[in-house]
Design a protein around this ligand. Structure first.
Ligand code: SF4
Length: 378
């Protein structure tokens, strides 16, 4: 298949693996954070780690939008459906994420709340049109990749004069998170963890371009390579990072040139900017409050803002005890450091978002079997 099979070519992978082994300096270690869960899954699915020399390590980052959503916002969504009686529409991955007391959207749905899985914001708009006597809320999550469809839905609702449609906006931004991670004591000199460079977001960068990462690369002296999601993309990007580290460079380079440009999709950016604006601060699971890291709906579209239309109660939200998702998302622990991994917590019985989401690190470790606990003989 064009643009897929050539990026999974075995002979090329072997050649790249040789190149990486030759250029990696045996006298040092390299720790590269793959920001996106898509990269984590590519690394495990295709066995990329097995092709790396022993001194090249992957640090899994927070780039899973379902995983970084704090429990409080999930609890709020459950409350919107249960207390306010709205039709709550959301993407499939959110349905099984455990909230406080392991209450998920799918459990709330089983108890009678009207919660519907949708594939796009347009599905949610259709539900609003088809149910004029009901309030419909789209539970919007995601990085910059999914902000344009949310902005489009809000603009369409306004143009159509839909009065029963609103968005619960939880969109988060990647560049601020990268800076926040590098500012944390975890990655300070002498701290428990280390990052020598980043495999930068790919789909996100198709929208925002590679330019937004230049500030972090300069300020923190950490190279960033925008990397595609195929195995050869990841390997080529690792080679580019190794070269930068060896040469003492800290630049933003773009491996994913077939999709990403320096300035990104400016039409999509303008659309988003018209509808959404920066929040002062937003809480991320694992990272805590991150300044300038999320978007909210502008005043001009306030009628479509679920946070302004529906008051949610103050509540004490809690992670599942012993779930290490926050530390996994910060890159300071691996899923296998969690004592619940593969024992109490599995995809059939998830204790945290990282085991539910198709981009979660725990799901990657589990799905591709490389870190699964051996089954006990009957
Ligand atoms: Fe949380 Fe389960 Fe991952 Fe442990 S294995 S960190 S409980 S999601």
């Amino acid at each position: 298949m064009r643009y897929i099979s050539e990026f999974r070519d075995r002979a090329l992978a072997e050649k790249l693996a040789k190149g990486i082994a030759q250029e990696a300096d045996a006298a040092r270690d390299y720790h590269f954070m793959e920001f996106c869960g898509g990269h984590t899954h590519a690394i495990f699915r295709y066995g990329v780690q097995d092709l790396m020399p022993k001194n090249v390590h992957f640090v899994h980052g927070p780039g899973c939008p379902v995983c970084v959503l704090p429990v409080r916002r999930l609890d709020d969504a459950v409350e919107l459906a249960e207390k306010h009686g709205v039709i709550l529409c959301t993407y499939g991955d959110m349905m099984r994420v455990p909230g406080t007391g392991r209450r998920s959207l799918i459990r709330a749905k089983a108890d009678g709340a009207d919660i519907r899985m949708v594939y796009s914001t347009l599905d949610a708009l259709k539900i609003a049109r088809d149910n004029p006597s009901r309030q419909v809320v789209f539970f919007a999550i995601g990085f910059e990749t999914t902000t344009p469809p949310t902005a489009v839905a809000i603009k369409m609702a306004k143009a159509e004069g839909l009065t029963n449609f609103a968005v619960f906006c939880n969109h988060v931004l990647t560049p601020a998170a990268i800076g926040h991670i590098l500012d944390s004591p975890d990655f300070a000199p002498g701290g428990p963890a280390r990052i020598d460079g980043f495999l930068g977001p790919s789909h996100v960068s198709a929208v925002v371009g590679s330019r937004p990462y230049e500030v972090a690369a300069r300020r923190y002296r950490k190279p960033v390579v925008i990397a595609g999601f195929e195995p050869l993309d990841v390997m080529q990007s690792v080679l580019m990072l190794i070269r930068q580290v060896n040469e003492g460079r800290a630049e933003v380079e773009n491996e994913y040139t077939r999709v990403v440009t320096r300035d990104g999709n400016q039409k999509a950016q303008a659309l988003v900017d018209d509808v959404l604006e920066l929040r002062d601060s937003f809480e991320w699971r694992g990272l805590g409050a991150v300044p300038d890291s999320a978007l909210r709906i502008r005043d001009a579209y306030a009628d479509f803002d679920a946070e302004r239309r529906f008051a949610v109660s103050d509540k004490q939200s809690r992670e599942v005890k012993s779930c290490e998702c926050p530390a996994v998302l910060r890159g300071v622990k691996k899923p296998t450091d969690c004592k619940l991994f593969g024992t109490v917590c599995t995809p059939d019985n998830p204790m945290g978002a990282c085991m539910v989401s198709s981009e979660g690190a725990c799901a990657a470790y589990w799905s591709y079997g490389r870190q699964r606990q051996p089954e006990t003989a009957a």
